[in-house]
Design a protein around this ligand. Structure first.
Ligand code: HAM
Length: 422
């Protein structure tokens, strides 16, 4: 039999303490802005995504993990969180006050070619403001994210790119101009761009092929096709970001990979991440009507790829920000099985007094027990042998200083506390 192995593009996360800390940081940051935590199912109907992310987007055409049909519903593993959050809003809107400011965290699934920073199952922290009226929600969202990356995580090696995609008619004007540009240049662009030039011309601007990038330097620019209202709104956003000292660049080719965006779009990226450089992306979107609602609810939001954000913290030497405060660890070492009952009694007593404790049962002898206590970073060891049981005194060892003392059972806690305090 071949040895068991994980599914391609998935990860075993063997220690979640840093990820958990990052999520705790994000949760408390978002609660300052009065966002509420929510959770949506991982399973959704496939039509939820095909109808809303855009028929011609990569996510819909190639990346959805469909589940073998169970009963009458076509079901898939969610590739992103915005569609599910909007669906949940539409199904429960009578109970919800607008704007609905929510966040959620969990796994997303996309059938992509795995590489560094790109997995088929990855975690996303998803933030949404559903049913908003003011553009200042978009501004506050970007400020909130930039503030988090800089002030909470002390990250500076990243850039924020923004672009403005306008309203439907702005984009229709632009699409026509872009289509004629692409037609004129069809012999110089790649095969995929040639396929996309009629179905989804905007996505051509996102192409990573060097030849195409050169051609698109001369492509028409979307912000030159905006109406007066759109231009004004884009100015308000830029002015307010500047006013709040947010560094950004206007990237005229940033279009994002999902079709529900209107108006402002943005991406936070870092060269330290390599080819998959975006660790957060989002913008203003309209999805409700695409899901059958009679009313449109203008919304904005962002998705943070927490796996990439953790990589970025590692690459920027900032990962220690997520290290736990030192929790002292005490190891209890019963020398033979006769001492096991006393060992669990002492362990239980220490834990009740908030000392993190491990009881080391499964070793051949004291030498192995001590070496295991050392390898697992125990700060103190309590050795319990026949003699200790008889005399009611325990042998306590400070693993760092090597100091060893015989103390009465009732004094173990106070001695450990004394060592911790010094
Ligand atoms: P997205 O740009 O597709 O946007 O994904 C957001 C983030 O998820 C990316 O910036 C990246 O960090 C991470 N990500 C995406 N695909 C992968 C992958 N295969 N492996 C690892 N990380 C990945 C959205 O999903 C939108 N729903 C964001 C949004 C929320 N827009 C409005 N509200």
């Amino acid at each position: 039999m071949t040895p068991a192995s994980k599914v391609r593009g998935t990860q075993d996360k063997l220690n979640l303490s840093k990820q958990n800390k990052l999520i705790d940081f994000l949760k408390s940051h978002l609660s300052l802005y009065n966002f509420t935590p929510v959770e949506m199912p991982i399973l959704e109907k496939t039509e939820l995504f095909t109808g809303s992310l855009g028929e011609q987007t990569d996510v819909v055409t190639k990346q959805i993990f469909k589940i073998e049909k169970q009963g009458s519903e076509n079901i898939c593993l969610r590739p992103e969180g915005t569609a599910g959050t909007t669906r949940a809003f539409l199904e429960n809107k009578n109970e919800i006050n607008l704007p609905w400011k929510t966040f959620s965290f969990g796994p997303m699934f996309r059938y992509e070619r795995p590489q560094k920073g790109r997995w088929r199952q990855f975690d996303q922290f998803n933030i949404e403001v559903i049913g908003k009226k003011s553009v200042f929600h978009d501004i506050e969202l970007i400020l909130m994210l930039d503030n988090f990356f800089q002030n909470n995580l002390e990250l500076y090696n990243y850039s924020l790119k923004i672009n403005y995609l306008g309203n439907n008619s702005d984009r229709e004007n632009f699409r026509e101009k872009l289509k004629s540009f692409l037609k004129e240049n069809e012999s110089s662009i790649c095969q995929i761009c040639n396929q996309r030039k009629d179905t989804n011309p905007l996505r051509c601007l996102d192409c990573k092929v060097e030849e195409c990038k050169k051609v698109y330097k001369n492509a028409p620019i979307i912000t030159q096709s905006l109406c007066k209202e759109s231009l004004e709104e884009f100015e308000i956003i830029k002015n307010n970001l500047e006013f709040n000292s947010v560094n950004f660049t206007h990237d005229t080719q940033l279009v994002r990979g999902l079709d529900y965006y209107q108006g402002i779009v943005f991406e936070f990226s870092s060269e330290l991440l390599g080819a998959q450089d975006a660790f957060c992306g989002g913008g203003n979107y309209e999805l409700a009507k695409k899901m059958g609602s009679k009313t449109e609810y203008i919304s904005c939001g962002a998705g943070i790829g927490t796996d990439r954000l953790l990589l970025l913290l590692e690459e920027s030497n900032k990962i220690e920000i997520l290290e736990d405060n030192k929790d002292y660890l005490c190891a209890i070492l019963p020398i033979s099985k006769e001492q096991n009952p006393l060992a669990i009694q002492v362990s239980d007593f220490l834990r009740r007094n908030k000392i993190k404790t491990q009881t080391i049962f499964d070793k051949k002898n004291l030498k192995d027990q001590l070496s295991f206590a050392f390898k697992t970073n125990s700060d103190f060891a309590v050795i319990i042998g026949e003699e200790e049981m008889k005399t009611n005194k325990l042998n306590l060892k400070n693993m760092a200083t090597k100091e060893a003392v015989l103390v009465e059972q009732s004094k173990v806690l106070s001695k450990i506390k004394e060592w911790i305090e010094n």
